[in-house]
Design a protein around this ligand. Sequence first.
Ligand SMILES: [Zn+2]
Ligand SMILES: [Zn+2]
Length: 169
Amino acid sequence: MSTQDTANGASAAPSGEGVSDSSYSFTGGCACGAIRYECSSEPVLSFNCHCLDCQKASGSAYASCLMVPAADFGLTGEPKYYTVTAHSGRPIERGFCPECGSQVLARLPHTPRIVILHASSLDDPSRHRPAVDMFASRAQPWDHMDPELPKFPELPPLPDSPLFEVRQP
Ligand SMILES: [Zn+2]
Ligand SMILES: [Zn+2]
């Protein structure tokens, strides 16, 4: 069931029901296809993160990512996770494909209702609309940012949503 091809964006809404925004969904995965995912709701927050961890993980100046509700997210395949300490002092688990090495997602054990996806893993990355630059104070001198986007030296205020409730892991 992991290879259903819903990624072309060509499918019209199913007939019959009065579906509207609830039909939103997107898919993605790693470079080799061993890891695939599907999400049935819109991102809660899309951002470019310039922190050092994201520089290391992305192999570039920053990581462009989106946060989605864990409840609407389904994964096939088995990412390998490593844990680093984020600037908040809390752990972040970064998941990559053990076959091809692609960074795919990250989990925050203290906010388990959120999954962070790398925009590079989207089947259609052109849909991605980063809304903020975060940890801009950590950006390298050769990192050129979109002047149109709001810049936050550290973490921006998060959306007012129960999804971001902090829990003990
Ligand atoms: Zn892979
Ligand atoms: Zn980061």
